[in-house]
Design a protein around this ligand. Structure first.
Ligand code: ZN
Length: 90
């Protein structure tokens, strides 16, 4: 796994994201927070578009000044990281 900074530079196509806190989900996360497995930088992401079969998805990622643990604390939720994706209940 490589750092998210390589994605920004267009050097790598491997996704560095490990744990996902999803606040939107449709056959996969559509909106939420994730962190880079290497540098732990946290991002907010949101699906912008998908193809007709919804298999190819385009996301916007915004780096945050919070880490994922801080977001979890402020959200007052207790995610299970048994799976890399935790869907926040409504
Ligand atoms: Zn990184």
């Amino acid at each position: 796994m490589e750092c998210c900074q390589l994605l920004k530079d267009g050097v790598s196509s491997a996704l560095p994201f490990e744990r996902v806190l999803a606040v939107g989900y449709y056959d996969g996360p559509t909106e939420g927070f994730s962190e880079c497995a290497m540098c732990r930088r946290c991002y907010y992401f949101k699906k912008l578009a998908w193809d007709e079969s919804q298999d190819i998805r385009i996301f916007a990622f915004t780096p945050l000044n919070l880490d994922l643990a801080e977001i979890v604390r402020k959200s007052n939720i207790q995610p299970s990281w048994e799976f890399p994706i935790f869907l926040v209940p409504n």
